[in-house]
Ligand binder design. Structure first.
Ligand SMILES: NC(=O)c1ccc[n+]([C@@H]2O[C@H](COP(=O)([O-])OP(=O)(O)OC[C@H]3O[C@@H](n4cnc5c(N)ncnc54)[C@H](O)[C@@H]3O)[C@@H](O)[C@H]2O)c1
Length: 363
């Protein structure tokens, strides 16, 4: 009998609370095919709780999640009633840093050629993954303002790169390529201008080339990477880069493959409790209307299943999501007329009908 998997669920705010139940629904449907048992435990961290009693991320939460759970399914945080976004920063950035979730994985897979803004590009051309360093770089929060508000104000924002941080994200990307039978791994930096910090990226990448001689390890400056992703995305299988450039490259990748509504992501520390979420935010402009696209959450659920070693179940979810897009069973953002809950039901039903047998792997 397979081990029970314990999932912490943090729906958060806005449409996070609408799409996360649908993500759970499809994950449950896929696991019921194999008899894999799941226990979901809900946490109410988000704007409502913050406004009620000031709680953001309880201080014992990281230890508790690490001890008691196998993975976290996250919705989105952000609420106009909290203009400072304090709760969102504490919860999401707090979990990423306190759980040391150093890999941000963003698959960019085109399910239907109608969804890409690129001309004459098909599903075969857009199927890559971006690994973004998730704990340091320009987002480390090191810096300050001198003479704030004065005409001669100075603002300093440091870009912090550690050998450990650079090496572990590169190794993760390279090992992923090997595990998936992929050949091409592209590292991107701006070492021609950021000679110290990104010079370190260059040196570590060159050192690793000896160890990974079975892979095609390429380097592109980030400006060239942006141009090449648009000109010919088919050349990419795995991209690895720093926090800032990964943020940008993965959003470009999401847009090339159909937009925010169906982009998933994983915040991972291998071997530890890791967090899976749709890329989009809490979308207050459409919250409460049952029109948010649940595919991002469903596909984040698939990434979570894969992380838990449930690869056939993950493929079953991905295949149902692909079917939905190809058959026009979508929410209004992708041109359909289905509601969030109705699409979740449709996906669960398709998963049950298709079963695990037809499940094929997605890069
Ligand atoms: N990971 C997170 O929790 C996360 C990520 C991004 C933004 N945010 C927060 O979310 C709030 C809103 O931010 P924003 O408006 O910049 O970004 P957003 O992703 O919430 O929305 C951007 C646009 O995309 C649309 N959209 C997003 N997800 C959709 C979905 N699933 N289906 C259909 N349409 C969808 C929205 O309606 C909106 O027009 C802010 O408070 C922001 O800080 C949170």
């Amino acid at each position: 009998m397979a081990e029970i998997k314990r999932i912490a669920v943090i729906p958060g705010d806005g449409i996070g609370r609408e799409v996360t139940p649908e993500g759970m629904k499809v994950v449950r449907a896929a696991c019921s095919l194999s008899g894999q048992k799941l226990i979901f435990t809900d946490f109410d961290w988000g704007a409502d709780r913050f406004l009620k009693d000031g709680t953001t991320l309880p201080s014992d939460a990281p230890d508790m999640l690490q001890r008691d759970f196998d993975a976290i399914l996250f919705g989105a945080v952000g609420d106009p009633r909290v203009p400072s976004n304090q709760h969102a920063a504490d919860i999401l950035l707090g979990l990423r840093s306190k759980l040391d979730l150093y890999v941000n994985a963003r698959p960019c897979v085109l399910f239907d050629q109608r969804l890409t803004p690129l001309r004459n590009r098909s599903e075969r051309d857009i199927n890559f993954i971006v690994f973004r360093e998730n704990t340091e770089g320009a987002y480390a929060g090191i810096g300050g303002n001198f003479k704030q508000g004065a005409p001669d104000e100075i603002a300093v924002q440091e870009d912090m790169n550690t050998r450990k941080g650079v090496e572990r994200i590169m190794r993760y990307a390279l090992e992923y390529a090997r595990r998936k039978g992929l050949k091409r791994v592209c590292m991107s930096d701006k070492s021609n201008a950021m000679t110290y910090g990104h010079g370190l990226w260059q040196r570590v990448w060159k050192e690793l080339q000896k160890e990974y001689s079975d892979l095609e390890m390429r380097h592109l400056y980030v400006d060239t990477l942006m141009m090449e992703m648009v000109r010919d995305p088919s050349q990419f299988q795995v991209i690895v880069t720093c926090n800032l450039f990964g943020d940008i490259a993965s959003d470009l990748g999401a847009q090339l493959s159909g937009g925010l509504g169906l982009a998933p992501s994983g915040n991972i520390h291998p071997g530890c409790v890791s967090l899976f979420e749709p890329v989009h935010g809490s979308a207050p402009n459409i919250a409460g209307k049952n029109i948010a696209n649940p595919l991002g959450s469903a596909l984040a659920g698939a990434m979570m299943l894969e992380y838990l070693g449930l690869e056939r179940e993950a493929s079953a979810v991905q295949n149902a999501a692909r079917d939905a897009v190809r058959e026009g069973k979508t929410t209004p953002d992708l041109g359909g007329n289905m509601g969030t809950r109705e699409l979740g039901d449709w996906l669960a039903d398709r998963i049950s009908k298709r079963g695990l047998a037809g499940a094929g792997a997605q890069a």
